[in-house]
Design a protein around this ligand. Structure first.
Ligand code: FE2
Ligand code: FE2
Length: 295
C-alpha cells in the first residue's frame, strides 16, 4: 500500500513537532534573520548582534577567510566582512555557522554518524558556492546555505526516531566501494512513511527560511521535477552533492546510488564537458579548506 499525501504530511508534522525542543534555531540566528529582513537595519546593527556571540563570530570569520570568498588578506573583524560581502551574505554565513549544533548525536551505526553528515553538508555547501561563482549565476549568497541544508531532513529523522534511521541504514547495505545497494529515499519511505526531502522541506517551512531553501531540500534528488522557474538552485545542489561524493577519504553517499549527472541538469546549468572538468579541478583544489570549514 502506498502512502497517501495526507499520511505523509501527518508523519512529517509529528516528527517536526517532536523535535521542536532540539530543532529551534538559536536565538542569535533568529535575531540575525529578523534584522536583515528589516530594511531599516544597518551593518552596525548586524555587527552588534553577531559580536555578542564570540564563538559564532570566530566561525563566521573562518568561513569568510576561506578560499571560497577570495577576499584580499586576512579579514579580522565582522565589520570588515560586512563591508566586503554585504549584509545578506554575512546573514547566510551566520545561519550556516549556527547550524552545527543540530548535527550532533554521535555514531548511529558504523556506516552513519551525524558528524559524517555534517562534513558532507559542509563540503556540499562549499561546492555549491564554487559552482555558482564559477558559472557566474548570481546566487552566491544563497548557494552556500542551500548546500549546507540540503540533507537536513536526515537529522530530523535521526532526532525524531534514531532506531528507525538505524533500520534505514542497515537495510540499505553497501558494497565494498561504499555504494548503497538500495535507494535510500524508498527505504526511508517504507520505514518512516516519508523521506528526508519531505522532512527537510517541513523544517525549512517551520523555520520560515526563504522559499528557495525549502525547494532545495525538497528537490535535491530530482531537481527537474521542480517548477521550471525554481530549478536552478536545486540543480546546483544536486550537482554539488554528486561531485563531493567523488572526493575525500570517506565521502558520504548513502542517498546516492549513482553519481551520474542527468543531462537535463547540465542543460539547466549550461554546463558542457569542459566546464564540468574545470569545476572538478577547482573543487579538488579547495578540498582541504572544505574539510574544516565550520569546524
Ligand atoms: Fe539527500
Ligand atoms: Fe547529500
Amino acid at each position: 500500500m502506498s502512502t497517501t499525501t495526507e499520511q505523509r504530511d501527518q508523519v512529517v508534522n509529528s516528527a517536526i513537532n517532536e523535535i521542536s525542543h532540539i530543532a529551534t534555531l538559536p536565538q542569535v540566528t533568529l535575531q540575525i534573520i529578523k534584522l536583515v529582513e528589516d530594511p531599516k537595519s544597518t551593518a552596525s546593527d548586524l555587527h552588534e548582534v553577531i559580536s555578542g556571540d564570540p564563538a559564532l563570530s570566530s566561525r563566521i570569520l573562518k568561513v569568510v577567510n576561506s578560499s571560497f570568498y577570495g577576499l584580499p588578506g586576512q579579514i579580522a573583524s565582522i565589520n570588515r566582512a560586512i563591508v566586503l560581502l554585504g549584509l545578506n551574505a554575512v546573514k547566510n554565513i551566520a545561519i550556516a555557522a549556527s547550524l552545527s549544533k543540530l548535527f550532533r548525536g554521535g555514531n548511529l551505526t558504523p556506516r552513519f554518524s551525524a558528524e559524517d553528515l555534517w562534513a558532507h553538508s559542509n563540503a556540499t555547501a562549499a561546492a555549491s558556492k564554487i559552482i555558482v561563482d564559477t558559472l557566474k549565476m548570481g546566487l552566491s549568497d544563497e548557494a552556500f546555505l542551500a548546500g549546507l541544508m540540503h540533507d537536513i531532513g536526515i537529522m530530523v529523522m535521526m532526532q525524531s526516531d534514531r532506531q528507525k534511521l538505524i533500520e534505514v541504514v542497515e537495510s540499505l547495505g553497501v558494497n565494498a566501494a561504499g555504494v548503497p545497494l538500495m535507494d535510500m529515499l524508498e527505504v526511508e519511505e517504507s520505514v518512516y512513511g516519508a523521506n528526508h526531502c519531505n522532512f527537510g522541506e517541513a523544517l525549512c517551512k517551520k523555520w520560515k527560511f526563504p522559499r528557495c531553501l525549502e525547494l532545495v531540500t525538497a528537490y535535491h534528488h530530482a531537481p527537474l521535477t521542480a517548477d521550471k522557474d525554481s530549478r536552478t538552485l536545486p540543480c546546483v545542489v544536486y550537482l554539488a552533492d554528486r561531485l563531493v561524493a567523488e572526493m575525500g577519504e570517506k565521502p558520504y553517499r548513502l542517498d546516492l546510488q549513482t553519481l551520474d549527472i542527468d543531462e537535463g541538469v547540465l542543460e539547466v546549468l549550461k554546463l558542457d564537458g569542459e566546464k564540468l572538468e574545470s569545476l572538478k579541478t577547482r573543487l579538488a583544489e579547495s578540498a582541504a579548506d572544505v574539510a574544516t570549514l565550520l569546524g
